[in-house]
Design a protein around this ligand. Structure first.
Ligand code: GAL
Length: 687
């Protein structure tokens, strides 16, 4: 099975960068075309932030530059990822319509001079102006042969707190709750007399109503998404066959990723990992992989676009070390191994002025192609052509970690019990790391995802249990899945209201436990946990609990088998109480780790379950530390990626030879040496 190409007319990868020809003399454009071909680039992202050029005055349009550049791209076989310019409103808009500017959380209006992303998402004027310029672009270039993908705006982020936004928020709340009584109940406003008597009293920054704060985040996410949809609707109407996307980064910054992902035809991701020669660089690589899996899984298993990375250094990291030889290709192949069907850069040519003049680019200020960075890009372009068959192939995983943005908001917003040690991301990654280190694919999905296709699911710190989530987890387990969850799960509903009946709320029956109290520890404290079980002897041993120790009673749930206690605390006043349990229901089982791992517990649990469930890696091999394997496959052809995130050569011992090396056509034996920061792709055909 293969997914279709990202866009029609492009077989293989899109490779290229953000291209701002409007900042340069037209005399340079032909040279750009030659250089792009030399760098084996077949795509250019054009028009981002070019609003002032395209519409220099309200209602006055100038497409001369874009016309010429798109024609040149087409003539040179380079496709355009064509952007709407709306992330950088021009001066005339702020001058004529100052109400289009954003208002910050402290109530101060943002100045137009702050550069970009300074618009109010609720402003009807901003929406109208965006619609006008978007329609102009769409209608002008609807038939243009260069047009490949629509890139709406650029990295949506943040929100606004102006009067319009607050009004819109109240309307949003009215739609959601219907009446004030329901809202007051949902937010538990009786405490401290926070009860609202009129909608007008609602202000987004009530610091004590966590439910309101969560809704504000959801509202901002929806409100900004409406800006995307305002443009996407027009693009789809005019060019229904051209995919529409917008680029995001981090874990979808401030927004709720699911509705955003649904609104896009293809996910576009920006990623700037700091792969510098530091000890244990692999941990950073592992965290990057986690993020890339998150990006891909936003749309099931569909390939995504790596819309931005830097071919060189950025200008915003605290230490701008150069990319060590090999690391550019290494990261690009890492992204591809996680499902990226494009490798694109910020930026093609480094500007001579402006805020990002020291940001790396394919072509630096020398304008020359005989530079190391340019060579790296050209070499990668050549390799991407050789591995073009990878595009469209899925990444398959038996395992997933639930990493849920709304849950993260709630965990981070809650007061107590160890506010500065919540570490939700780190905890989720602690169950991902073993799979990464052993070359086993593990997806990263949210709590609303369809998990029925997985065999093993980790749901660490599932604090917020939204309606439907517990049922999905129960079904998953009943149908044979293995679930692992932890302390600080099943605490509150979608409004951050705790579950009556205690913890873990709607997960009680599934886990067969009742959490009575939660102890927390100082940083330098640990509590021993002893696992001694016949069912999972590989787990037997002593572990260290730190920060969180949940004191649970096993209950068994309604007419169900009681959970088995696999491990107990062996210190503190709660010595002897369950620390690790497993409850079997239907065909599956649900583990509960009551403590935070202070050592190698998560690793050993993952190893034990992978062994027990025969969850296999991309290829059977002995992997040295810092080296991982990934694979993409259409079922007939496997593409095996070997990635070395260390500054030394490493040898991987495969059980069987890994296939044909697509870089040079060689067929190595079982033993494969991968150079410092090395990366290779092997092809194995089953047909
Ligand atoms: C991205 C942004 C680009 C550029 C880049 C610099 O977040 O979309 O326009 O600013 O960062 O690394």
């Amino acid at each position: 099975m293969r997914y279709p190409n990202i866009t029609s007319g492009v077989e293989g990868f899109l490779h290229g960068g953000d291209y701002n020809p409007d900042q340069w003399e037209p005399a340079l454009w032909d040279e750009d075309m030659e250089l792009m071909k030399k760098a084996r680039c077949n795509a250019a992202t054009v028009g981002i932030f070019a609003w002032a050029k395209i519409e220099p005055e309200e209602g006055v349009f100038d497409f001369d530059c874009l016309d010429a550049v798109l024609d040149k791209l087409a003539a040179n076989g380079i496709r355009a990822v064509l952007a709407t310019p709306t992330a950088a409103p021009p001066a005339w808009l702020a001058e004529k319509h100052p109400e289009t500017l954003r208002v910050k959380n402290d109530g101060r209006e943002r100045s137009w001079c702050e550069g970009r992303v300074n618009y109010c998402p609720s402003s009807p004027v901003y929406a109208e102006k965006c619609a006008v310029v978007t329609r102009k672009l769409a209608e002008r270039y609807r038939e243009h042969p260069a047009l490949a993908v629509w890139h709406v705006h650029n990295e949506y982020g943040g929100g606004c707190t102006c009067g319009l936004c607050r009004e819109a928020f109240r309307r949003w709340l009215k739609r959601k709750y219907g009446d004030l009584d329901s809202l007051n109940r949902a937010y538990w406003t009786a405490f401290w007399s926070q009860t609202y008597q009129s909608w007008e009293q609602i202000h987004p920054f009530n610091g004590v109503l966590m439910g309101l704060q969560l809704d504000w985040k959801r509202f901002v996410s929806d409100q900004v998404l409406a800006c995307f949809e305002n443009e996407a609707r027009i693009l789809r109407e005019v060019t229904p066959e051209v995919p529409v996307t917008t680029n995001s980064y981090g874990f979808f910054v401030d927004y709720d990723p699911r509705p955003w992902a649904e609104a896009m035809d293809v996910i576009a991701w920006d990623c700037y990992p700091q792969y510098h020669a530091r000890p244990e660089m692999w941990k950073r690589a592992m965290a990057t992989s986690f993020e890339l899996d998150f990006a891909r899984c936003l749309k099931g298993d569909r390939p995504f676009m790596l819309m931005e990375t830097t071919p060189s250094s950025t200008n915003w990291m605290p230490v701008e070390k150069l990319k060590r030889p090999g690391t550019h290709r290494l990261f690009a192949l890492q992204a591809v191994s996680h499902g990226a069907d494009s490798v694109q850069y910020f930026q093609w040519r480094a500007g001579l002025g402006g805020a990002e003049k020291f940001h790396g680019a394919v072509v630096d200020h020398s304008g020359r192609s005989d530079r190391r960075v340019f060579g790296d890009v050209a070499d990668l372009g050549t390799l991407l052509e050789k591995i073009a068959g990878v595009t469209g192939t899925p990444v398959r995983s038996d395992t997933a970690v639930i990493f849920d943005k709304q849950n993260r908001w709630a965990i981070e917003g809650a007061r107590g019990p160890r506010s500065e040690k919540r570490d939700y991301d780190v905890t989720c990654r602690s169950f991902y790391s073993w799979f990464w280190r052993h070359g086993v694919s593990c997806d990263v999905v949210d709590a609303d995802a369809d998990i029925s296709g997985y065999r093993l699911v980790f749901a660490p710190m599932l604090y917020m249990v939204r309606p439907g989530v517990a049922q999905r987890l129960e079904d998953f387990v009943r149908n044979g899945g293995t679930l692992v969850t932890t302390y600080w799960s099943g605490i509150a509903d979608e409004n951050d209201k705790c579950f009556y009946g205690g913890r873990p709320g709607p997960l009680k029956e599934l886990l067969g436990i009742d959490s009575e109290e939660l102890d927390v520890l100082y940083d330098d404290e640990t509590v021993p946990v002893t696992v001694d079980s016949r069912s999972f002897p590989a787990l037997n041993g002593t572990y260290s609990a730190r920060i969180f120790c949940d004191l649970v009673n096993v209950t068994g749930g309604k007419a169900q088998e009681a959970p088995e206690v696999l491990g107990k605390y062996s210190g503190e006043f709660y010595a002897g109480r369950p620390a690790l349990t497993v409850k079997r229901s239907g065909e599956g089982r649900a583990f509960y780790a009551a403590f935070r791992d202070g050592g190698d517990f998560a690793e050993r649990l993952c190893a034990c379950l992978a062994e027990d469930m025969n969850i296999t890696p991309a290829a059977e091999a002995e992997l040295p530390e810092g080296v991982t394997l990934r694979s993409r496959t259409d079922g007939e052809t496997d593409y095996l990626f070997v990635l070395n995130f260390t500054g030394e050569s490493r040898t991987v011992e495969f059980k069987t030879p890994p296939g044909v090396n697509l870089s040079d056509g060689s067929r190595p034996g079982n033993s494969v040496e991968i150079g410092p920061y090395g990366s290779e792709v092997f092809k194995v055909s089953h047909a």
